[in-house]
Write a protein that binds this ligand. Structure first.
Ligand SMILES: Cc1cc2nc3c(=O)[nH]c(=O)nc-3n(C[C@H](O)[C@H](O)[C@H](O)COP(=O)(O)OP(=O)(O)OC[C@H]3O[C@@H](n4cnc5c(N)ncnc54)[C@H](O)[C@@H]3O)c2cc1C
Length: 301
């Protein structure tokens, strides 16, 4: 269950009691506040709080540039200029605090992003819920034959059914044993902090995750990318949709320059120049490795 009845009631109560504020407010973000966006089979993201709007980025930039920004036509032009020139600190003036429910193996990837503040559910203090990520059949795929860090063809028929059954029964048996090991009536039992080591990595955990916009963009750039693992990508995509409503101008610049843009090496620029001049350039003549060449050619497809 993505949200417990208690969590749903809390969200309704919070949304039912709006308060006037003098702080900067993003109308797009107000619509998201507290609401859960479901991700995977039991997960979600929901905005707990945020700070700033597009104007906050512009306001901070004008402090550093002063009258120098007057030549910039409008706020959008300034934000795009900042993004284009990697002037990143004005983006750090906006922050977001999310409540995220996610499988532990996804959390392992997520926590590598060190430039955020995290507070996680304690499995020393509380008993974990019996909730496991079980992939939809279309996401049960074999190891990729071309990418060591990826998946290839989707499993089918009896093999898919067998794998699915193993995932379900292993999770279920681990949890049964976890419960049976815990300290409870009639037995001394094992402490929660020890019993949890028997749980599989697809069990769900929850945390509060607070990050500034600059570092959030970095996270989204890596994790909303098609090369990121599907199970973390869907979280990044859900967050990206929220950010698009929160800061339409900054997100537009991010989509254009970071998500949609590419960085070209000096060798790649040289090839491009030669091609534009009519020369036919092969990988061997480019000075690029086969991998670099494949990625370079992939840009234009
Ligand atoms: C497709 C993909 C595959 C990956 N594969 C692996 C893998 O096989 N094994 C593995 O271990 N990880 C892997 N990672 C994780 C990756 O190496 C990074 O740890 C992760 O993406 C977080 O990035 P980050 O450090 O830039 O982010 P953050 O921790 O948020 O840091 C943001 C930026 O702050 C700076 N910074 C933060 N902390 C420090 C510091 N202590 N010292 C210097 N600069 C700092 C850096 O400039 C950094 O880029 C993978 C990530 C992706 C997206």
């Amino acid at each position: 269950m993505p949200l417990t009845p208690d969590q749903k009631a809390e969200i309704e109560a919070l949304r039912a009691s709006p308060r006037p504020t003098l702080r900067a407010v993003s109308e797009g973000m107000e619509a998201h506040l507290y609401r859960a966006h479901e991700v995977l089979d039991h997960g979600f993201i929901r905005v707990i709080d945020y700070m700033g709007d597009d104007a906050a980025i512009v306001q901070a930039a004008r402090v550093s540039y002063g009258a120098g920004t007057k030549h910039v036509q409008n706020d959008e032009g300034l934000i795009r200029y900042l993004m284009r020139h990697w002037h990143s600190t004005p983006f750090e003036m906006c922050e977001i605090k999310l409540h995220v429910k996610l499988p532990i193996f996804v959390a392992r990837q997520w926590i590598r992003h060190r430039t955020a503040n995290v507070n996680e559910y304690s499995a020393r203090y509380s008993i974990m819920d019996r909730e496991f990520y079980i992939p939809q059949p279309e996401h049960l795929a074999a190891q990729s034959t071309v990418n060591n860090q990826g998946r290839g063809a989707v499993l089918e028929g009896a093999e898919a059914a067998r794998v699915l059954e193993m995932l379900k029964s292993d999770a279920s048996r681990s949890y049964d044993n976890y419960e049976a090991m815990l300290s409870q009536d009639g037995q001394q039992g094992l402490a929660r902090e020890l019993a949890r080591m028997n749980l599989p990595a697809n069990i769900y955990t929850q945390w509060y995750w607070k990050v500034d916009l600059h570092n959030l963009f970095h996270f989204l750039r890596l994790r909303a990318d098609p090369h990121a693992q599907y199970e973390i990508r869907v979280y990044a995509e859900a967050i990206a949709k929220v950010v698009a409503d929160w800061l339409p101008i900054a997100f537009g610049a991010f989509e254009d320059y970071r998500m949609g843009g590419v960085t070209l090496s000096a060798k790649a620029i040289d090839v491009l120049k030669r091609r534009l001049a009519g020369e036919v350039v092969t990988q061997e003549q480019s000075g690029m490795s086969k991998g670099e060449w494949r990625e370079f050619e992939g840009i234009w497809r």
